[in-house]
Write a protein that binds this ligand. Structure first.
Ligand code: TMP
Length: 276
């Protein structure tokens, strides 16, 4: 309800739910953590919608089947990006936007960062194409917080194989180098957008990952009834910058000479390629 001096639009924005996405490579534990995070939110009396991409609405789930079966792959990365975007348009219209508008918190297992990474960076697409696609499909409904769950590619693939049992899907079937590059891309996205993204070490136990994610949500997003707000996000982003890494293992990386922000990262390489 609008209070004195508040426009209808401001009141609607204040009542809007929050949009949290979980991103990362295969077998990072996103689905488990999405459920656990929703549990915390519900304990606070909030409505939480757990959803996923591709999918999350009947039409988007139909598109998911098509993409993961591999029939779109021969058309190339741009066509796949368009298919993921078509699914995203319906998912946003049918599920995410209505939930946010009624004040629900949305926890989404993968979203637009997966298109940036899998199709954009790994598919070697022009970043301007991906940005424009994101502008058209997502518009102002960007995530309020994105949690990158980081695991070494080999660990994630082994977990995914164990969970699945059968044949790998379209993307699980890609080689280790693809998945390692994917990991670097997600970390690059997080480093480039520290105000939106937080990186969590997915090699920790599920309970510890859950604890870290819940701490990040509480630190960065105002929970109704949680009293005075903690540190502003910008201070946290600045601290990360000063530490020189968005990843908890940043020091180890520097010691071992792993220069995450080097041009070997597909995201950076493709950005640099398209720079005027
Ligand atoms: P998952 O739901 O089991 O993670 O499977 C979805 C697969 O689709 C996963 O391999 C990542 C991939 N994917 C993309 O390539 N682009 C996208 O935009 C999304 C949302 C997922």
């Amino acid at each position: 309800m609008a209070t004195r001096g508040e426009t209808g639009e401001q009141a609607a924005a204040a009542d809007r739910g929050r949009f949290i996405t979980l991103e990362g490579g295969e077998g990072a534990g996103k689905s488990t953590q999405a459920q656990r995070l929703a549990g915390h939110l519900r304990e606070r009396g909030l409505e939480a919608l757990v959803t996923r991409e591709p999918g999350g609405s009947p039409k988007a789930e139909a598109i998911r089947e098509l993409i993961l079966s591999g029939v779109v792959a021969p058309l190339g990365a741009a066509a796949e990006a368009l298919m993921f975007s078509a699914a995203r348009i319906d998912h946003l219209d049918a599920a995410i936007r209505p939930a946010l508008a009624r004040g629900a918190w949305v926890v989404c297992d993968r979203f637009a960062d997966s298109t940036r990474a899998y199709q954009g960076a790994l598919g070697n697409l022009d970043p301007r194409f991906i940005r424009e696609l994101e502008r058209v499909t997502v518009g102002p409904d960007r995530p309020d917080l994105t949690v990158m769950i980081d695991v070494p590619a080999a660990t994630g693939l082994a977990r995914a194989a164990q969970r699945r049992g059968g044949a790998p899907d379209r993307f699980e079937a890609e080689g280790l180098a693809f998945h390692e590059a994917l990991r670097r891309t997600f970390l690059d996205i997080a480093a480039d957008e520290p105000a939106r993204c937080v990186v969590v070490n997915g090699e920790a136990s599920p309970d510890e990952v859950e604890r870290q994610i819940w701490a990040a949500v509480q630190e960065r997003l105002p929970l109704p009834g949680s009293g005075p707000q903690p540190k502003p996000v910008v201070r946290d982003a600045q601290r990360r910058k000063e530490q020189g890494a968005a990843h908890p293992k940043g020091d180890e990386r520097r010691k071992s000479g792993d220069r995450r922000k080097s041009a070997s990262s597909p995201a950076r390489a493709s950005r640099e390629k398209s720079a005027p």
